[in-house]
Design a protein around this ligand. Sequence first.
Ligand SMILES: NC(=O)c1ccc[n+]([C@@H]2O[C@H](COP(=O)([O-])OP(=O)(O)OC[C@H]3O[C@@H](n4cnc5c(N)ncnc54)[C@H](O)[C@@H]3O)[C@@H](O)[C@H]2O)c1
Ligand SMILES: [Zn+2]
Length: 375
Amino acid sequence: MTVPLRTGEEIAVNVALGTRSYDIVIGRGLLGSLGTKTAALRPRARAAIVSDDNVAKLHLPATVEALTGAGLQSSTTIVAPGEGSKSFAVFEKVCEALIAARIERGDLVVALGGGVIGDLAGFAAAVVRRGVDYVQVPTTLLAQVDSSVGGKTAIDSVHGKNLVGAFHQPILVVADTALLDTLAPREFRAGYAEVAKYGLIGDAAFFAWLEANWREVFSGGAAREHAIAVSCRMKAGIVARDERETGERALLNLGHTFGHAFEAAAGFSDRLLHGEAIALGMVCAFEFSARRGLLPPTEAERAVRHLAAVGLPTHLSQVTGGLPDADRLMALIAQDKKVKRGKLTFILARGIGRAFIAPDIDAAEVRAFLAEKLG
Ligand SMILES: NC(=O)c1ccc[n+]([C@@H]2O[C@H](COP(=O)([O-])OP(=O)(O)OC[C@H]3O[C@@H](n4cnc5c(N)ncnc54)[C@H](O)[C@@H]3O)[C@@H](O)[C@H]2O)c1
Ligand SMILES: [Zn+2]
């Protein structure tokens, strides 16, 4: 944990990956410095901005101005908002637009948007001309603390989400926390589930700080930059140690095995946003851990209480339209995760801030737990 920032300060978190290291710069009002920060890394580069309709209406003019002001020429490609844009069809459109804009080695893609744009534009940058550099300008809380960091890029297949993609690290992440002021409160809250996740995974002191300061994170005081910086610092550390998820990086999936099943059951629709599903998934992970005697029930209750306090769903009955039965949820879990001889890998916890990888969880035990939770 670090001390909270003062307003107007910017904080840099480095992702240490040797020659592919980069900074995540966090602060209120940073968008204005995007051009100078980018030009410092790639002078004379041409920038191809990729964004969605919603974000472009609000933040594209300032982005173009920031780049132009630093002497960087830019072009723009705008796609429809939403997960539907992580498709082959839209991906093709983006790639063709980058090629038409004559983006070459030495030039840049600028991903201006939430996780959808970051994943889509990042993947296009990974493959156009066998790879060009890109800069992430995340505009959702989820993107600022999670998807813009770590270099996972992807689009969706008819078989599932994020099945076609590449590891491709950005050269810079500029997280302007003021951009979150225009985000729908429900989207902000959903992104907050990932912030709380970092505390639950590995930083009990941060979790306690969030319990005391979450209101200011939501309202946009200096606590917001602090929360984002601590989140990014944890993710950056994990990514630096395990870029390709052969071990520790799996901890970031806390709540995600349960959560993905809930999301899939709700049809990846606005019945249940990703972060809302993850909140429910973390509740399940903690309650399942308590049920196995890994932690005292009061510790699981504390985790649940905080998620509920910020307005995230913590009961499966809160999913609009309801959820299917335990067998169907288990089938969705099996689609998402390999089941080896009836065993599954879950991220469980021995306490707040003490998550660990449990590779040998009995699918039947999970099924019984879900049946109880649904009933
Ligand atoms: N690559 C990774 O490591 C990683 C990690 C987590 C999630 N993801 C991916 O991220 C995606 C979800 O990202 P998301 O939650 O940011 O969703 P999103 O990109 O769809 O954004 C949510 C909504 O908010 C709008 N929006 C974005 N910024 C705004 C702003 N500043 N003001 C007003 N409206 C704004 C968007 O137009 C959209 O309608 C999923 O596809 C998920 O798979 C990737
Ligand atoms: Zn997530």
